[in-house]
Design a binder for this molecule. Structure first.
Ligand code: Z2T
Length: 831
């Protein structure tokens, strides 16, 4: 650090960041003219965005540095949130709001000749995630910073995020998402580079103390380079760090030797192979494909993060026995489970701790959140694959397993099958490592993400582990969303209206304060304003739909929205088959009957995993139905069907505030939580949904009067499926009529949809589309009926918003901090 004598000079020049409009304009123009080398003659909206982003970045960096110093000095326990996905979306708007200078920026940009909305929309989404799991991680970062927790995120810096989706002739086309062209929000830390080893072999050696030690040698080294992203809290100066690792060929390695020996091409090849590790996000949501490169990504990221965490701890000179008092590591699903093995390896092989002492430290450090019970999503790695890539880690896994099984055998001597059921190693061909079991055994707490889901994991995938460890190891933390992005940022007018009634914006940091809105249910002016805001939001979405699809939709119609990843379990097929049913009904009506109908716009959006053919077929069916319905003169405004291309976080900020009703209609017991359900209700839309995931708790909070529930219950799903496979499958009569229409080529060549239809009619209807069809249709009729009474509808919406306080990610992080991580906030004002 700088010697005492020179510190005055430093302090004199230390940057403080702008607070006034004047200063903001000054900083923005300075960045445009110098950092970007542009001028007022060639400053377009992108340049204006870049300048404004750099001005705000400067402000964030100042608080970020202070926060890191404060946290180091305070020497409190920190939490590290390990996630392979962080679905951040745009940063500028969020930074403006969180530091409380959006109005300043709006006025400043206006004076410089720009509309703030146009400037904000120049930014490319940071889309390092697939869906709910990645977006949850982003909401958690926002809440951890807002609540002043000393917390770091660790992830991978993918060169390509989730692909961009184009719809071409009604089919999904994937375009690579190269997003790093201009990213002012990341700071390369070339000085923070970690060597990561792969392959090789393990040698046993007797050391000076006569102890046998394992030495992992040979193989290859790849460098992990840190890139840091500042995470500002809302209304606090706390600015936490998200560290993303990027892969690079190691300088000291053989590529260099090849280079020197003249084999330039081979050296470039090695370079590229190393960079491949962090090149691309795997585009699957709720599916495990077991690819070697994915395992490499996981180890690369876990090893770099663990090295970093252990290095930081060692600086404190404390004994490792105190590690769990200073470090909590949260695993976002099983993707980072190798971190458990890596910490055990560091403690035993490198730091020389006894196995059992090390293992106690590991268990006390880690906790694991499960996000699905769907068998095809549970991670398993082939033993031969792991043996080759991570020979020492496989040995450690076998040792952990042996000790665990010995304990189980001793404790439950009568249950002969228990051992094979709970073994980390599945005795298949090839053998497989069951990552969810390893994560459970290596953690002190395991949680599900909504009550139903947490109950389900205890009775299904982790049933035996509840017997072994007792029920207290398993807990529930119901998911939440950040009200900053999902109310204040996405729906500024509604946020402002609420603030005007509640006397300020305190509800943004204590969402339960929304309950006071129920006092205004008789306030006619308030209700009119509320309604007008919803209408404006629908106009905004209608404009977006017109611009991107060419379809004209009437904002006075009921907007019915289903946007989420396309998956059979989420049942977009149920939705579109229901839309076809509606279309056929309209066609069968006379003009008098049609007049009585409630006009609707059915809006779909979401990406299908590139290899998921059934999901792609569902997209094609939606687009094909839209083609026919939208051009049918008989139908007009009564029904429109729209597919919104490339659904992502920034699109969600336009779509979510514009819904009248949204669809959360998964087969009961399949959607662990769902989080968009919370976003829609918080923005004054109602829900049609199944008794699944967080829908159940939303219902409990807002009451059954304010939600449209339908369908079979989770407890009955198994029996229904069983009945299907034993020949009692009955195709619903309305659904049969829909299938006949499809088969008549009404929506184009029916052969394109046969696999989809057959999955229901001939292959067991695993997701119970037919079982739930009638109840779904009937419930949509109730929706139409209810929407006719606009006053009552509006009151349902307002009442629901008032009761959504529970679903803030602040509440959720509070629960993790108190019950799982055992960490305290560090208030920047009180130190
Ligand atoms: C994912 O987005 C979710 C679960 C996964 O299990 C994987 C991915 Cl990529 C391995 C989702 C759940 O489907 C959803 O219900 C939940 O709300 C979300 O995670 C966050 O918990």
């Amino acid at each position: 650090s700088i010697p005492e004598g020179q510190r005055e000079a430093w302090k004199k020049h230390s940057i403080h960041g702008f607070t006034t409009k004047e200063q903001f304009e000054n900083e923005t123009v300075r960045h445009i003219e110098t950092t970007l080398a542009r001028s007022l003659f060639n400053c377009d909206e992108l340049a204006a965005y870049s300048g404004a982003a750099l001005a705000f970045r400067d402000r964030l960096v100042i608080e970020w540095n202070k926060t890191q110093q404060r946290q180091t000095f305070a020497d409190q326990k920190r939490v590290y949130y390990l996630s392979l996905e962080f679905l951040m979306g745009r940063a500028l708007d969020n930074a403006m709001l969180n530091v409380g200078l959006k109005d300043v920026a709006r006025d400043g940009l206006k004076e410089l000749g720009f509309r703030i909305e146009d400037v904000i929309s120049q930014e490319h989404d940071a889309a390092l995630g697939n869906g709910g799991l990645g977006r949850l991680a982003a909401c958690f970062l926002d809440s951890m910073a807002t609540l002043n927790y000393p917390a770091w995120g660790y992830g991978l810096r993918y060169r390509y995020g989730i692909f961009k989706q184009e719809i071409v002739d009604g089919y999904q086309v994937e375009i690579p998402d190269y997003w790093l062209d201009f990213n002012p929000w990341e700071f390369p830390r070339h000085d923070i580079t970690v060597d990561i080893q792969f392959y090789g072999y393990v040698r046993k050696e007797i050391n000076e103390d006569g102890k046998t030690v394992a030495i992992w040698e040979g193989g290859e080294i790849v460098d992990a380079v840190a890139f840091d992203v500042p995470i500002p809290g809302y209304g606090t100066s706390t600015t936490n760090n998200l560290r993303l690792w990027s892969s690079k060929a190691s300088k000291g390695e053989f590529d260099f030797q090849k280079f020197n020996s003249g084999d330039y091409e081979a050296s470039v090849g090695d370079q590229q192979r190393a960079e491949t590790i962090s090149a691309v996000l795997y585009p699957n949501d709720n599916l495990d494909r077991g690819k070697e490169l994915r395992l490499k990504q996981q180890y690369f990221w876990c090893a770099a993060s663990l090295y970093d965490i252990v290095r930081r701890f060692k600086k404190s000179k404390k004994p490792f026995s105190q590690f769990p008092e200073k470090v909590a590591i949260q695993l976002n699903d099983t993707h980072p489970t190798l971190a458990i093995v890596e910490l055990q390896r560091i403690l035993v092989d490198i730091e020389g701790l006894e196995w059992s002492e090390a293992w106690s430290i590991v268990q006390a450090t880690f906790s694991y959140a499960n996000h699905t019970v769907m068998p095809e999503a549970l991670e398993k790695w082939s033993v031969p694959l792991m043996q080759n890539l991570l020979p020492r880690h496989l040995q450690i896994i076998y040792e952990v397993n042996m000790q665990f099984l010995q304990y189980v055998e001793k404790t439950f001597p009568k249950d002969r099958d228990m051992l094979s059921r709970v073994s980390i190693i599945e005795e298949s061909n090839p053998k497989m490592v069951r990552m969810a079991y390893l994560a459970t055994i290596g953690s002190h707490k395991v949680n599900g993400v909504a009550e139903l889901h947490s109950d389900l994991i205890k009775t299904t995938i982790f049933k035996d582990f509840v017997t072994i460890y007792g029920p207290d190891k398993f807990t529930n933390v119901t998911n939440g969303i950040t009200p900053r992005r999902w109310l204040h940022q996405a729906n500024p007018k509604l946020s402002e209206l609420i603030a005007s009634k509640l006397g300020g914006y305190d509800f943004l940091t204590d969402l339960t304060k929304l309950n006071k809105l129920e006092n205004f249910l008789d306030d006619e002016k308030f209700k009119k304003e509320w309604q007008a805001i919803k209408y404006d939001n629908k106009v905004r979405l209608a404009r977006h739909i017109k611009e991107t699809t060419g379809v004209t939709v009437n904002p006075k119609a009921l907007f019915d929205i289903q946007v989420k990843r396309i998956h059979e379990y989420k049942r977009q097929q149920l939705n579109i088959l229901g839309v076809i049913h509606r279309y056929l009904s309209i066609k069968a009506m006379n003009p008098e009957e049609r007049k009585k109908l409630q006009p609707r716009v059915s809006i779909f959006g979401g990406k299908a995993a590139p290899g998921y053919w059934m999901a792609k077929t569902i997209i094609h069916l939606v687009c094909s139905v839209g083609e026919v319905v939208n051009n049918d003169k008989d139908v007009g405004d009564l029904l429109k069907v729209v597919y919104v291309e490339d659904y992502n976080v920034s699109k969600a900020e336009i779509i979510v505030p514009a819904s009248d009703i949204s669809e959360h209609i998964s087969t009961a017991g399949t959607e662990a939580s769902g989080t968009s359900n919370m976003k829609f209700v918080l923005n004054g839309g109602l829900i049609i949904g199944t008794c699944d995931g967080a829908n159940i708790e939303i219902t409990r909070e807002i009451s059954t009067d304010n939600i449209f529930l339908f369908g079979n219950l989770a407890e009955d799903v198994e029996d229904l499926r069983h009945a299907h496979t034993y020949g009692s499958f009955r195709l619903d009569a309305d659904l049969a009529r829909v299938f006949s229409a499809i088969k008549s080529n009404m929506f184009g060549d029916a052969s394109r949809f046969s696999a989809l239809c057959n999955s229901i009619t001939d292959h067991g209807d695993y997701y119970l589309v037919s079982d739930d069809f009638n109840s779904y249709i009937k419930t949509h009729e109730l929706v139409d009926e209810a929407y006719k009474d606009q006053t009552a509808w509006l009151e349902k919406c307002i009442t629901s918003v008032a009761r959504m306080g529970f679903f803030s990610s602040d509440r959720c992080i509070q629960e993790y901090a108190d019950m799982i991580w055992n960490i305290e906030p560090l208030d920047p004002e009180s130190s």
